[in-house]
Design a protein around this ligand. Structure first.
Ligand SMILES: [Zn+2]
Length: 409
């Protein structure tokens, strides 16, 4: 099965400006990319799509996904924890919602249930339900003594052995990334962002056990000490990092070849904008969000300038910040972090593909055919990506998930 998309403005995911060209897809792979008005015109294909000047770009990568945080643009849940049957319905729906909005890959930042994401990732890969390629996780791990944590089971026991046991459990259950909550969370408990939940010995054990098990570590880390612990454990990704000082920033730069960073501003901006009903007090959350945005608006541009791979993904899944809004992070990167549109798009595509460790995120020969055709020019205005009706085509793994209207008939 060969699909030819011609007459497109191709943004290839590297940050280079878009150029007119054509792409040939063979099976699930990009077989050829060529640039000129008549490129690949003589290629035989089963399906030919005339892009009519629309933008062809890689599918986007969500680096901080919470598919089990129930709320989406289609359904808001006011309670955070859902009963198991409803949690599954919400997670399956959220996977489809992300794909509907142009996300063809997602890296989980933790789940609200054990086993559910492994099951969902399997169902997506088997074609049983639509969704992005998913790196599954399990419950976010906070040790005993952290806010709200009482029991000392596999998800929160203390000491290096307890951590090793948790990593072993993750490996056996099919998880690919585990999530360690190293810092407190100001938005939930004011003044706790500087709290540290793990000891040096526990984090060293986590790093060693995860490396041996072939698992990745994702980290919730706000303060310099938490960032240091995350880096020492060889974390694949650090979320937030808002209170990084110069030494922590230097350490993130030193680790830029192995550790990604996702500031996750979506949740902060949404908290600042939210107007909750009177019985919900968001004042702490808003104050914390304002402080974090002020810090990140200096930190993120500085780290980008020094070559840190910074990704989009903003803790979507809260009722005030639902799944499906994920592309809003691009606009926030442009408006608050000084990104050009091409840089924000690269964060969402090429760099995101590096996080997934898959040949995705670029329009390049040999890469998997995860592609979007966008009505309009996101290299001029990234905000258009938030409007799913602008996505004329969504292709994942070479298959048309959303078919352009002119060939749908
Ligand atoms: Zn998160």
């Amino acid at each position: 099965m060969r699909t030819l998309i011609r007459n497109a403005q191709i943004f290839d995911g590297t940050g280079s400006p878009a150029r007119t060209g054509a792409v040939l897809i063979d099976g699930n792979t990009i077989a050829a990319v060529a640039y000129s008005a008549n490129a690949l015109a003589s290629e035989a294909a089963d399906t030919v799509i005339d892009a009519a000047g629309r933008t062809l770009m890689p599918g986007m990568v969500e680096a901080h996904a919470h598919l089990t945080w129930g709320s989406s643009v289609e359904k808001i849940y006011h309670q955070f924890m859902l009963p198991p049957e409803e949690l599954k319905i919400a997670a399956w729906r959220n996977a489809r919602v992300l794909l509907d909005h142009g996300f063809t890959s997602a890296y989980s930042a933790g789940a609200l249930g054990d086993g559910i994401e492994v099951d969902l990732a399997r169902a997506i890969a088997a074609g049983e339900t639509p969704g992005p390629r998913l790196i599954p996780s399990t419950l976010e791990r906070s040790p005993e003594g952290a806010e709200g944590v009482e029991t000392g089971d596999v998800f929160n026991g203390r000491g290096p052995d307890a951590i090793r046991k948790f990593v072993g459990f993750c490996k056996d259950s099919g998880v690919r990334s585990l999530k360690l909550v190293i810092s407190g969370e100001d938005a939930l408990k004011p003044g706790s962002a500087a709290d540290i939940h793990y000891t040096d010995e526990e984090m060293a054990a986590a790093g060693e056990a995860a490396r041996e098990a072939g698992l990745w570590i994702a980290t919730h880390a706000y303060s310099p000490d938490a960032i240091r612990l995350a880096l020492n454990a060889g974390a694949r990704i650090i979320y937030h990092a808002s209170y990084a000082d110069q030494a922590a920033a230097d350490a993130m730069v030193a680790a830029k070849d192995t550790t990604f960073y996702a500031p996750s501003p979506g949740v902060s901006i949404a908290a600042l904008e939210a107007s909750p009903p009177p019985h919900i007090d968001m004042s702490h959350m808003k104050a914390s969000a304002a402080e974090r945005m002020a810090l990140e608006s200096k930190l993120v541009p500085a780290l980008k300038a020094r070559g840190v791979r910074i990704l989009i993904g903003g803790d979507y899944g809260f009722p005030f910040n639902p799944n499906g809004r994920n592309a809003r992070d691009l606009q926030i990167f442009v408006e608050h972090f000084g990104y050009t549109a091409e840089e924000a798009l690269t964060a969402a595509t090429g760099l995101g593909g590096e996080l997934m460790d898959l040949p995705v995120g670029l329009v390049r020969e040999g890469y998997l055919a995860d592609l979007l055709l966008v009505d309009g020019d996101p290299t001029q205005d990234v905000a258009i990506l938030q409007d799913k009706s602008r996505l004329a085509m969504i292709m994942k793994d070479g298959a048309l998930y959303k078919t352009p209207i002119e060939i749908a008939a």
